[in-house]
Every structure is written in C-alpha cells, then in structure tokens.
Write a protein of this length. Structure first.
Lengths: 479, 326
C-alpha cells in the first residue's frame, strides 16, 4: 500500500515526487513511457518565464513567479543547467507601446521584479541583433532558460534516491475507490494507494473524468519548432518574444542552455493527443515569422524540427487541488505554459497539501542534493586527465558532434533511473543531439545499451517497446 | 609534449595516401591518427566493387582498395595510432588527442594534414514533415549497420535521394532480402553515377522517381509509411500526385558535408561552395602549414580522386617542412 501514487513522470509528476520524498511515506510514480520526461516536458520552449504573462490572481501567475524564484537554488541542489539570461518582448509597430505597458503593469501586479521598457539605443545595446522594425521591448531580467530534460530527470533521480519508486512502461487504465483510498488499475496489475495525484499531462482529463462527475476537457495544442545548429546559437543573447502582429500570434527565438538556437512554437489545436508530427504548414509559418523581431536568422542551419503538445484546458488556468467529488484524488491538470517554470513551486505546494492531508512527518535523513552526469568538457584539462586515469572510458569519444564520451553514456545507462533507449540517452547526455543527429554515434550507443542491459542489439529501441531500430543479426541467428 | 614533423588526422584513403606521399617525398617523422579501431575510413563499409579503376587499373572493393594503401603505410613503417580522437587543433599546430589508454595528450606538429572525411546530411536538415519514429536512417549509417555490424534496418524500404551511397544501399538491401519500393530524387537528374543507376536500380527493377520528394513520415514508434509526391520547379508538392508507401525503413542519401569541427575550430577560412576550407592549389588552408585532403576539403565522388588529391597534399606538406617555412 502506497501513501501516494503520482500518475505521470513529466516535470510536474517528478517535481511532486521529489518534494513528497521530503516526508516519511511510500511514494510511487507510474509512467506509461519507457523513460521519465517523454511527454510534453520533453518538447517545449524551455523558458523559465518571468511571470508577467498570466492573468492577475491566476494559479499560472502565482506558481510561475514562485517557481522562477526557486529555480536557481534548485539547479544548484540538483545539478541541472539553468541560465538567467533575461527576456525581451519585442513590439514592431506603433500599437506596441500600450500593449507592452499593459504587460508591465500586469507583471507588477503578479509580483515580477526586474522589468523595464526599453527602446532605441538601449534596446539595441541589450540585443544588437534585434530587428530595425523593433520600436520597443519589455525587458525582464528574471527570465531564464533551463534544460527541460535534465530538470525533469534530476527531480526524478533525487526522488528515487530518497525512496520513491518509479514504474515505467505502466499505463493507468482505471481507478477504483477502495476502503482506504484507491486501487489504481494498470496494464501491469493493481496498485493500492491512499491518495492519487493526477499529473498525466494532456491525458489529465481522461484520468480526472474517471473519478469525477464534474468533467474537464483538455485540448492538445500543437507547437512546432526548428532547432538550429550551435553555429547560430549566438544570434541572440536573450529570449526574444514577438508581440502579436497582423500576421497573428508571435513566435519566440531563444538560445538553449546547450548553445543551440530554438525558433517556434506555432499553435494549432489537434485531435490526437499523440500527434507529434511536424507539418509543412508549420514550417511555412516558422519561415514567415522567424525574422519578424530579429535580423539574419539562418534557417538553413536547422538540424532538427519537432513538436510538443500543450495541455490546454477550457478554463484557461491550471487546475491544482483535491477533487471536490472524489476523496483522495488530487488534480494537476491543464498544466500548459508556464508549467515548466512553475514546476518547482507546484511540486512543493502539492507535496505539502498531500502530506498535510495524510499527516506525514518530515523525513530526517532526506538528501536534498543530486549529482548529475559528469561532463568532461566542463572540467579543467587536469581534472579531465585525472578522470580518464580513474576511468578510461572518459577518454573515448562516442558522439563526435557533442564530444560525448563512453563514460558519460555508461553513466546514463546505469543510473538509479537508467536510460534504456537512444532517445533517453540523448536527453541525458546529448549523444545524437548534435548536427549529425546520431548518424555516427547511434550504432555505438546501441552497443553500449545492449551491453549494460545484457540484451541483443536488436532489442534496443529508439523510444521504448515498438521502436526497435534494427531487425536481426546473422550472427545471432547462427548461435 | 611529443612533437612530430607531420600529423595527419584521419586514416581513410585521404590520410593514408597523404602519409605515403609525404614519406616518399622524404619526410619520415609522421604520425597518423584515426579514431576508429582500424585504418581504412569509410571504405571499410563500402564492400561493393568499383574502386581502383583509375589508380590501380583494376576493379577492387572498398576494403581491398583501402588495404592497398594500408599496406603501403605498413611497409614504410609510418607511425599510426587507432582508437584515438583528435579533439582540437590550434593555429600553432598543437594537436589535442584523447583515447582510453593515454587519456588526453598533445602533439606539436610542424605541418598538419586534415583528412577527417565527411558526414551525411540528415533528416533534420531536410525538414521532412511527419513523426520522428525509429526506422529512418541515413544511407551511410544503414550501410555500416548492414555491412559491419550485420543488422538489417528494415524489410520494406523507401529511399530518398539517389546519390551513389543511396543507390548502392538500395541494391545492398535488396540482396539482403529487403524490398526496395522506390528511390525518390528531388532533382531532374540523379547525382549518382550512370553505372550505379543501371547496376543498382535498373537491374533489380527498382523504380527511380525523378522530381519526387518524401512529403510526410508516418508511425509513432516505428515508421509505418511515407507519402511521396511529384514536385514542381519550386520543390513544392504537386496536388493530386501523392502516393502512400507502406514501409518499415526510410533511407536518406541526400548529400555529404565535409567534417568541419576541427577545421573551423582552427580558424581556417571556409568556402561556401565546397562547404570545406578554402585551399590553394597544393591543398593548403588559410592557416600556413595546415593542409586539407579528401572529403574534408570538398566532397569527392570517387575514392580514386581522393587519393590523387591527397598525394598532392602529402608532397606539399613535405615540401613545406623541407623549405623550413614555419
Ligand atoms: C557512407 C559513405 C559511402 C561512400 N561510398 C563510396 C563509394 O562507394 N565509392 C566511392 O568512390 N566513394 C564513396 N564515398 C565517398 C568518399 O569519397 C570515399 O570514397 C572516401 O573514403 C573519402 O576518403 P577520406 O579519407 O576523405 O574520408 P574517410 O574515408 O571518411 O576517412 C576519414 C577518416 O578520418 C577519421 N576521423 C575523422 N575525424 C577524426 C578525428 N577528429 N580524429 C581522428 N580521426 C578522425 C574517420 O574515422 C575516418 O576514418 C562514400 C562516402 C561515404 C560517407
Ligand atoms: C509548445 C510548448 C511550449 C512550451 N513552452 C514552455 C516554456 O517555455 N516554459 C514553460 O514554463 N512551460 C512551457 N510549456 C509547458 C510545459 O512544457 C508543460 O507545462 C509541462 O511540461 C507539463 O508537464 P506535465 O508533467 O504536466 O506533462 P507531461 O510532461 O506531458 O507528463 C505527463 C506524463 O503522464 C504520462 N501519462 C499520461 N497518461 C498516463 C496514464 N494513463 N498512465 C501512465 N502515465 C500516463 C505521460 O506519458 C507523460 O509522460 C510549453 C508547452 C508546449 C507544448
């Protein structure tokens, strides 16, 4: 019997699990994917927003501002990349000024600090590559960028180190009320728990509607992106948002924590909640809008494109709290943007509410820190040489584009929540995320995975069961 | 710090031929560095015939062709290190290398020949709409999986791009028991060699669809199919021409790009046309004493041409050091 079962190992579920393990109790996270961070948390803009966007008094505003304030310390504790680079909302026509002023006012009401309206030379000094058409911008110094994968994985690993159990490849099919709580019906059997936390992303309405008469409805709103080569990563030094123009809603341009450039997202409602395909229309929109607020983006340097699904709920705000008509069922639904930025605050608050309900005590030997995978590139030459002496696999480079060593990949594949497939390795150490997109290293990474898992190369997948990469090996048949 | 007169980076046909030519021109203090576990470069996976017609006046397979040069290197006792990756090269000609046994170490060279070969263009740079499933490979990756590792990437195959690697892989996959449904090519004319179109496609009844593109990829986890459509002069799909193919593998053979990391890190001026470094008639880059040979300089269609150019670079490097210019 668990105290809490969290459904969904996205950034929200993992943050809740991490903060729950500060308390005494038995906690479990159930995830249908082959890894943590394989839903919306893996495909988004990775911005830690300042918090002026959301309506005053909304949960979005509250958690965003709180989450932003927590992010720097959390990144130290859990060892994931976060950079407070600041953002600019750029207006390109006469009508921009009042809109920027309204955003500023809203930011003040939401409790955002470090904002300023800039124009002319001041704006160009901040961001030399801003478009000639830019008339003014709202600068927010507290905005930042984060690695969404390593944020989520760090939260999950820290939760696991503190005793939370992660059950991957397990789909919740139904929920039954029991005497003391809930029986969670999964494709891998029943799991009993006192409280269920719904952190199922775009599928949170399915889960909620299993137990509540007050239905909610989540629409998947697709956002498509281009990711540009590192050669373009310095095109801008802040996150650049565009105010809406007569061409519609703007897109953003931002450096990523790894030094690439991200351009997007579009916004289109789609029927299927698993529809992550990119489209010709999406590309067209990105091509048209990419250069509205900045000069000279070289879209030819695109190394990949991808899409993510926003969990858009009709009420336009996060739904966070115990469900009125289902005792012991806690909702985190409609967590669209700024969900990533809000995640630390949501995790902390939800854990506190759930712990209070169950009367859980704080854990005495809670370990609040987690070490990430060593990145030899960030070490000094001497440190790097020492590391290779201790562990020669750090001397062998597997991914040539991102200079990822065998040591890092073995670490990723043997951690407390091990990377089991190519995409999982890629999210942890970027092998295959560079300009050749795994063309060179994927056969080598597959070999390492097969070795650590003690299986055949033909069982290694791209992203979980059903995505096996190769069919057979003659030698295997011979044996 | 170790020092050598000449450091050659890359042990493919370019690096090997350059080493031999430099040695024969009188330079003995040479170190050749290769990141793979053996010499030969990409030719090790090119197990088809068609190499050496110019250089040796006979038809060899890729590994046979490479072996001729490897033997020449061995005969001369030229020093080489495999399983070693060069991670940076400085304008002062310090080459930084890493491997498991020695860790990171540096070699001071008087001259350097870059011979790191090329890489393939990927799906990402092509902006093909659709899902991102398993089963999409560049032709060269598939070639390595089939010919070196011994795995089959799929059984129902569509090829995009009719470069020579694509054509050769269409045949290879067919010989391995897969069905190649078609080869789509966006250009009006295939960039592949005429003999490859005949021997790899026509002889096996594989249709070549000129002015066609893959316009959508389907399948959540594993690829289940693609849409192929005819395109107009602006490369836009022509409505009504779309044909859906069910397949479990998409091979991309849409071009090669010089392996530029080290070259750019060095600060050599780049050529927007070849996409490799700017070189003079002796294949010296804009950094004095640093030469570029083979596919790292510009993508060559034929390995035989690579050898010829690399020999020029090898002799030029020997001359450069002999002349005492530094
Ligand atoms: C997949 C593929 C298939 C091809 N098939 C054919 C064919 O059938 N017929 C034909 O005529 N041509 C073919 N080519 C074209 C090419 O011209 C080859 O024939 C020829 O191998 C190029 O020689 P090279 O020495 O320049 O490059 P490569 O053979 O690629 O050799 C470069 C070497 O440098 C090494 N290297 C790279 N970076 C580093 C580093 N940082 N440190 C240490 N070592 C490094 C690599 O491991 C490699 O061994 C093919 C090319 C590719 C990519
Ligand atoms: C285009 C786009 C851009 C965005 N940009 C930003 C941004 O810049 N900044 C920001 O703060 N936010 C941004 N967001 C929002 C942010 O990405 C999300 O709010 C956040 O990732 C949501 O996390 P989650 O854990 O709720 O959902 P998810 O990451 O989707 O996790 C839910 C998990 O539940 C699992 N699951 C679902 N149903 C079941 C079941 N029945 N059984 C078991 N497991 C199940 C899923 O597999 C999934 O892994 C963006 C979103 C999109 C789409």
């Amino acid at each position: 019997m668990f105290d809490v079962v969290v459904v969904g190992a996205g950034v929200i579920g993992c943050a809740i699990a991490r903060f729950l393990t500060q308390y005494e109790g038995r906690f479990c996270v159930i995830e249908k994917g082959d890894d943590v961070c394989c839903g919306t948390s893996k495909a988004n803009s990775a911005i830690v927003h300042a918090g002026y966007d959301a309506a005053e008094g909304s949960l979005k505003a509250k958690y965003n501002v709180l989450g932003n304030a927590m992010m720097a310390e959390l990144s130290e504790e859990l060892d994931f990349p976060f950079q407070r680079i600041g953002s600019l909302v750029v207006g390109t026509d006469e009508k921009s000024m009042p809109v920027l002023e309204a955003l500023y006012e809203r930011g003040i009401k939401n409790g955002v600090s470090g904002m300023k309206i800039v124009c002319g030379d001041e704006l160009r000094k901040l961001e030399p590559n801003v478009s000639e058409n830019a008339v003014a911008a709202l600068y927010a110094s507290t905005a930042g960028i984060v690695c969404p994968f390593n944020l989520t994985i760090a939260l999950a690993e820290n939760a696991a180190e503190n005793g939370a159990e992660f059950r991957l490849n397990t789909t919740v099919k139904g929920l039954e009320k029991s005497e003391n709580g809930w029986i969670v019906k999964t494709d891998k059997g029943d799991i009993e728990t006192k409280i269920v936390v719904n952190a199922a992303g775009v599928f949170a309405d399915n889960l909620h509607n299993m137990v509540s008469a007050k239905k909610i409805s989540i629409t998947a709103r697709k956002g498509e992106y281009y990711l540009l080569d590192k050669s373009q990563g310095k095109s801008v030094s802040h996150t650049i948002f565009q105010l809406p123009t007569n061409m519609g809603k703007g897109i953003l341009i931002t450096p990523t924590v790894h030094g690439n450039l991200l351009v997007g997202p579009t916004a289109t409602d789609v029927e299927s909640k698993e529809n992550l395909s990119t489209t010709a229309l999406g590309y067209e929109e990105l091509n048209k809008k990419a250069n509205l607020a900045v000069n000279k983006l070289n879209l030819k340097e695109t190394i990949t494109s991808f899409a993510g699904l926003r969990a858009h709920e009709t009420q336009e705000d996060f739904i966070i709290g115990f469900c009125d008509d289902a005792e012991g069922f806690f909702d985190c639904a409609g967590i669209e943007s700024p969900g990533l930025a809000s995640s630390p605050a949501i995790g902390k608050d939800v854990a506190a509410q759930v712990a209070e309900k169950l009367g859980l005590d704080k854990k005495k030997n809670y370990k609040s820190t987690r070490k990430g995978i060593i990145n030899p590139e960030q070490l000094s030459l001497e440190e790097r040489k020492d590391l290779i002496k201790k562990n020669p696999s750090y001397g062998k480079i597997i991914c040539r584009c991102e200079s990822i060593t065998e040591g890092e990949i073995i670490d990723a594949a043997t951690r407390i929540i091990p990377a089991r497939n190519l995409d999982a390795v890629k999210r942890r150490v970027r092998a295959g995320m560079g300009r050749c997109q795994g063309g060179f290293c994927s056969p080598r990474v597959m070999e390492i995975l097969a070795e650590t898992q003690g299986c055949k190369l033909s069982s290694i997948t791209k992203k979980g069961p059903g995505s096996e990469i190769v069919l057979r090996k003659e030698a295997e048949n011979d044996q | 710090m170790i020092s050598r007169d000449l450091v050659i980076i890359g042990g493919g046909p370019a690096g090997l031929a350059a080493a031999v030519a430099a040695y024969d021109a009188g330079l003995k203090d040479i170190l050749l560095i290769e990141r793979d576990y053996c010499l030969g470069g990409v030719l090790n996976q090119c197990i088809h015939a068609g190499f050496g017609l110019h250089t040796f006046k006979e038809e060899l397979t890729g590994p046979e062709y490479a072996q001729r040069y490897i033997d020449m290197v061995l005969e001369r006792g030229i020093e080489y290190k495999t399983d070693c990756m060069v991670i940076s090269v400085s304008p002062e000609k310090i080459v930084q290398i890493t491997n498991k046994d020695d860790g990171i170490f540096e070699v001071q060279a008087k001259a350097i020949i870059l011979a790191m070969g090329c890489r393939e263009r990927t799906r990402g740079s092509l902006n093909i709409p659709g899902t991102r499933p398993a089963g999409v490979f560049t032709a060269g990756t598939a070639q390595r999986l089939v010919n070196i590792e011994g795995y089959l990437p799929g059984k129902q195959v569509v090829c995009l791009g009719s470069g020579d690697i694509g054509l050769i892989m269409a045949r290879r996959m067919t010989l391995e028991g897969a069905k190649v449904l078609c080869v789509a090519e966006v250009q009006e004319k295939s960039p592949g060699l005429k003999r490859n179109i005949i021997q790899c496609l026509d002889d096996f009844g594989i249709p070549l669809l000129l002015r066609h593109n893959v316009i959508n990829i389907y399948g959540e986890n594993h690829i289940t199919g693609v849409d192929v459509a005819e395109i107009n002069e602006n490369f836009q799909p022509i409505p009504g021409t779309t044909v859906h193919y069910e397949c479990d593998c998409l091979l991309l053979s849409t071009g090669l790009i010089p392996e530029n990391e080290l070259t750019m890190g060095l600060g050599a001026e780049m050529d927007p046309i070849t996409k490799g470094p700017v070189v003079d008639e002796k294949f010296m880059t804009t950094v004095p004493g640093v030469f570029a040979a083979g596919n790292v300089q510009a993508v060559h269609g034929l390995a035989d041409d690579v050898s010829v150019h690399a020999e020029i670079a090898g002799r030029a490097a020997a001359e450069y050091i002999g002349g005492g210019r530094q």
